[in-house]
Write a protein that binds this ligand. Structure first.
Ligand code: ARG
Length: 279
């Protein structure tokens, strides 16, 4: 009988160098409410958001990743959430088509940047989808969220365009309105997630696909601890997600805590600010 190790060595985890696209939150504000985190009466401070965002960008650069920048557009306060701008897999771009009119103009802005920067193969989506907010790419499968933003039909559209199997997961808690607020890929075909964000059927799917997953508590999910970015070993994660940070460390990952409290006022965290460009 084998004994489970208490700690898994982080040296065993392999880092893959990533290419990210980000958008400095110069025009960040909370002027409308399209998720339960947003309160226009409370507002948000763009200066503080920029400061926190710069630290996130510096963390990626410090880990050896590449960060490209798209120019922020005045009047698009949520444009900082680059993850929603598209889904880029195998050099192909599945364009975003936003749910709310307040964010409609972001889809073409991101598609335009990608076209001008070497991604010629861009599909203008027929169906509503919010890019990597609801599509999380693993080696063999793309996990896709629905229930609040992205249409089920977009899951099929993305699968057909990208030629990757897309597995639908149903989100049921409005605080976790995008898949990337409830789950993140860890590399090596594993994920971390908060079970309470998913329908019973989707929870069963996750248990079957990822028997070894890292499960997060509601407390960690409620500080957007699952809106994290893992490069295979390092996990850039909201600093407040204390328990999850401890669990990840014990499982052989290197947590890199960041402070993004200002962006959380719009319902976003590290992953929301980060679009991965997969060639
Ligand atoms: N205020 C934005 C919205 O509700 C936040 C987007 C966060 N992005 C994400 N990838 N979860 O659309």
């Amino acid at each position: 009988m084998s004994v489970m190790p208490v700690m898994e060595p982080s040296a065993a985890r392999t880092v893959l160098r990533r290419r990210f696209l980000m958008c400095r939150p110069e025009h960040f504000a909370v002027t409308y409410a399209i998720n339960p985190w947003m309160d226009p009466a409370r507002g948000a401070d763009a200066g503080k958001a920029v400061e926190q965002w710069e630290a996130l960008r510096a963390a990626y650069l410090g880990l050896g990743h590449e960060v490209s920048l798209i120019d922020p557009i005045e009047g698009l306060p949520d444009m900082v959430f680059a993850a929603n701008g598209a889904l880029v897999v195998g050099g192909r771009v599945y364009g975003a088509r936003f749910t709310h009119p307040e964010r409609h103009a972001e889809g073409p802005a991101y598609a335009g940047w990608l076209k001008e920067n070497g991604f010629a193969d861009v599909l203008e989506a027929q169906h509503t989808n919010e890019g990597e907010g609801d599509f999380l790419t693993l080696d063999h499968v793309i996990l896709a969220g629905t229930g609040f933003r992205t249409d089920l039909a977009a899951h099929q559209e993305a699968q057909e365009f990208l030629g990757r199997p897309v597995v639908t997961l149903r989100l049921v808690d409005p605080r976790f309105y995008h898949l990337d607020t409830a789950l993140f890929p860890l590399g090596g075909g594993n994920v971390a997630y908060f079970p309470g964000a998913f329908s019973p059927g989707s929870r069963a799917v996750l248990e079957r696909l990822f028997p070894d997953a890292v499960l997060a508590s509601e407390e960690d999910a409620a500080v957007l601890g699952l809106n994290a970015v893992c490069d295979g070993r390092n996990v850039v994660i909201n600093a407040e997600a204390a328990e999850l940070i401890g669990t990840l460390r014990a499982r052989g990952y290197e947590p890199v805590p960041v402070e993004l409290s200002e962006l959380r006022k719009a319902g976003g965290g590290p992953k929301c600010c980060t679009l991965e460009l997969r060639s």
